[in-house]
Design a protein around this ligand. Structure first.
Ligand code: ADP
Ligand code: MG
Length: 356
């Protein structure tokens, strides 16, 4: 059974529909990431789970207890849910110790020890306890906000874009540390982010939100490799979407004859490959290679040198003018020159979108 159950939740702000009927199950001890563009309703959903907002209709239950239904709601402070808001929202006039211990009783004799434990949990030096938030880096402030949320020993932790203010390296390290901390403490977590790489790496379950609705929910690799539509595909990473003719598990398209992950469908369809599924070879090097693999030929029109990974723009030979150039990923050790002719082959299967 799911730990957290969200069933048909709707929420309006005046005439504005923020959530249009969201259902989501979160297993105990798991990590869920909710991704979606700005304004899609991610924060609203978290605030409803936390108890800062009441849904118009629908139901929220945790560990078998109803938290919100039919306009009735358990108050936020009785839910046992930790919340790390988007900007950390530390109290600027309080030092770190008082921020972390904010929810702990002042006269509790174990208060100081608990604050120190929480500092250790989030890997912050105890020497920082007397500092004010403005004397900390962005990453340290987020750790204080996390420690404050952990102080209540929550069963569920909600994180609203907590890493968005951090720069790339620190962001990945902090995310990993937080994920490990939550898992080892047995805390179920929901992370909201607009960063697809962050969602895919953090979560066991990813939910894609669009205009107040969940477009797709599933394991990261499922969403990345088998998105429901082109828009979801594009949200989770770069995608090459092509018209194709299907027949018995194969697609005829500008890339040649490509195997697809749907053996039953036939006729016209839209297929997708990820740029890293496309491999290039210099035609000279490719000479003598039997064209048994699905392949096609093209001209490199642009090279975006990105260090470890470079982006090649390839115009396919024989493609009509409407066909968008192909984006191909390449490692940076050897890249073809602009103007070179390359042979493009496809690794693995292309994904067939449901529908027309
Ligand atoms: P996200 O977190 O995905 O960016 P939000 O949940 O914050 O999205 O917002 C969803 C929609 O609801 C947006 O259009 C936003 O403007 C609107 N909204 C959010 N909070 C309020 C509020 N308190 N009053 C009025 N409209 C709101
Ligand atoms: Mg938000």
């Amino acid at each position: 059974m799911s730990f957290l159950e969200i069933k048909s939740v709707t929420k309006h702000y005046g005439a504005m529909r923020a959530l249009g009927g969201v259902s989501l199950n979160v297993p105990a001890g798991s990590r869920t990431a909710i991704v979606g563009p700005s304004g899609s309703g991610k924060t609203t959903l978290l605030r409803i789970i936390a108890g800062f907002e009441v849904p118009d209709t629908g139901r929220v239950a945790m560990a078998g207890q109803v938290l919100a239904e039919g306009g009735n709601a358990v108050p936020a402070h009785r839910r046992g849910i930790g919340f790390v808001p988007q900007d950390g929202a530390l109290f600027p006039h309080l030092n770190v110790a008082d921020n972390v211990g904010f929810g702990l009783a002042r006269n509790d004799p174990g208060r100081q020890q608990r604050i120190e434990e929480l500092m250790d949990m989030v890997s912050l030096d105890r020497l920082m306890l007397t500092r004010r938030p403005h004397e900390l880096s962005g990453g340290q402030q987020q750790r204080v906000a996390l420690a404050r949320a952990l102080a209540q020993r929550p069963k569920l932790m909600l994180l609203d874009e907590p890493f968005s203010a951090l720069d790339t390296g620190l962001r990945a390290a902090t995310r990993k540390a937080v994920a490990q901390l939550l898992t080892s403490a047995g805390i179920t977590a929901i992370l909201v982010t607009h960063d697809q790489a962050e969602a895919l790496s953090f979560a066991d379950q990813v939910a894609v939100m669009r205009a107040g609705l969940l477009a797709q929910v599933g394991p990261p690799s499922e969403l990345y490799l088998r998105p429901v539509d082109a828009s979801t595909a594009g949200f989770l990473g770069e995608a090459v979407v092509l018209p194709a003719q299907l027949d018995g598990g194969w697609a005829e398209c500008v890339l040649g004859r490509v195997p697809v992950n749907d053996k039953l469908r036939s006729g016209e369809a839209s297929i997708m490959v990820r740029p890293e599924q496309l491999e290039w070879q210099d035609v000279a090097a490719a000479q003598g290679v039997v064209d048994a693999d699905p392949c096609c030929y093209g001209t490199v029109t642009d090279v975006d040198y990105g260090g470890p990974i470079c982006g090649l723009t390839v115009h396919l030979k024989g493609a009509d003018v409407d066909t968008a150039p192909l984006l191909v990923r390449s490692h940076g050790i050897e890249v073809p020159a602009v103007g070179a002719t390359v042979r493009i082959s496809v690794r693995g299967q292309a994904h067939v979108f449901a529908g027309a």
